[in-house]
Design a protein around this ligand. Structure first.
Ligand code: SF4
Length: 190
């Protein structure tokens, strides 16, 4: 049986999407040791969704968690808005500690804040490094979808349901996904 867990690495975001239910202005990072201890006690968890807020804003915590996970037994899905496409520090950490899958989200509201060129650079970087990447647009607006399809030819629409039943909505809203084990997005914060 495949079990999943959502880890809210960082409580806040550098974006301010009106539809996001999970970011705050508290800027709290998770305690990576708490996560590793929790995972060590739950061998049955094999899908780990790393989300936020924007999880790459807690990149040291990301690195510690990834380093401590047995990646032969667990798949790691990173959800991000891709702001870091020109940030060499973040890219280096992701390159050395790659997740199994990245979920990049684009939409007109988000792109009022996050430059689309940064997201394109993040997408290209992930592909160059062989990391499976899904770009998602969640809008009902056909014109908007077509615009982003012109940039990302394999753009998906709506939410993704992975083969294990994990249902991913937007970056922060991943916490709405069915979670067969539990959420550790509060107790684990520093
Ligand atoms: S939807 Fe994603 S990018 Fe937008 S505020 Fe929430 S976490 Fe940030």
């Amino acid at each position: 049986m495949k079990n999943s867990i959502n880890i809210q690495l960082y409580s806040s975001c550098n974006c301010n999407c009106s539809f996001c239910h999970f970011t705050d202005k508290m800027y709290k990072k998770i305690d990576p040791q708490f996560v590793l201890d929790y995972l060590n006690q739950h061998d049955d968890i094999n899908y780990i969704v790393i989300t936020g807020g924007e999880p790459t804003l807690a990149i040291d915590e990301y690195r510690t968690i990834i380093n401590g996970i047995d990646k032969t037994k667990k798949r790691i899905i990173l959800q991000t808005n891709g702001w870091w496409g020109n940030n060499e520090t973040i890219k280096e950490v992701i390159k050395k500690n790659p997740p199994s899958i990245v979920h990049l989200s684009v939409d007109s509201e988000k792109q009022n804040i996050i430059n689309i060129n940064n997201v394109i650079n993040a997408y290209n970087f992930l592909n160059e490094n062989g990391i499976i990447t899904y770009v998602i647009n969640h809008t009902n607006n056909d014109e908007e979808f077509k615009t982003y399809l012109g940039i990302f030819p394999d753009l998906k629409r709506g939410n993704i349901v992975y083969d294990n039943g994990i249902n991913l909505y937007d970056c922060g809203t991943a916490l709405l996904a069915n979670n067969t084990v539990g959420k550790i997005n509060v107790k684990g914060w520093l």
